[in-house]
Design a protein around this ligand. Sequence first.
Ligand code: ATP
Length: 215
Amino acid sequence: MRKIGIFGGTFDPIHFGHLRPALEILDALSLDEIHFVPAGQPPHRGVPAAPATLRLEMLQAAVAGEARFRVDEREITRHAPSYTVDTLAGLRGEFPHDALALIVGMDAFLGFPGWHRWQKIFDLAHVIVAHRPGWVLQSAGVLADTLSQRLAYSISEMAKSVAGRILLQPVTQLEISSTQVRACVATGGDPRYLVPEAVRALILNSHCYMQHTEH
Ligand code: ATP
């Protein structure tokens, strides 16, 4: 049984706060690979600032040096709202016998109860929650209940099944967000060292965040 991580996001743009935790999770949990799945039109937020093709290009450039990082274009080419549960159902069909693990930051996990058919996610995949600066779990509520039923204390415990457990994974805390990168560029700043050099070059050459105002 292989162990495949799935890391969804808007990646507008991809930054080191995505890449370093992903690498640490890959190594700590001995995943075979991580599939980065950029959202086409994310259902929970406004239209991304950079077009999907450019977000995809930045992602491909960012992961080019790590063979275990893959880019999965399915949500970009779907031309419909990108529901994670549908993406996972597609991947489950392709990898029926492998462990699938959806990787999310703590902020995203806290938003789970608002996601389309979110309980179904656990039938399709495990969920690995990466700690993220500024976000903590509540001790009560539907998410706390779900966690108490599904919490795994180790990867070996998790790997006994192909889906259904939740693992809380400490990672290096990098307080970087795509919002911060966009704001930096929009105000004439240089996103150097927040993103890989190849991503920085694509941002500066395309001027994609120059005129952007957050809404
Ligand atoms: P934005 O600022 O535009 O909302 P973002 O930086 O949160 O973007 P997303 O593409 O929305 O990036 O996030 C994709 C996934 O990566 C989410 O699960 C999110 O929780 C996680 N993530 C993003 N940044 C970090 C970080 N610095 N540390 C841990 N997880 C992160």
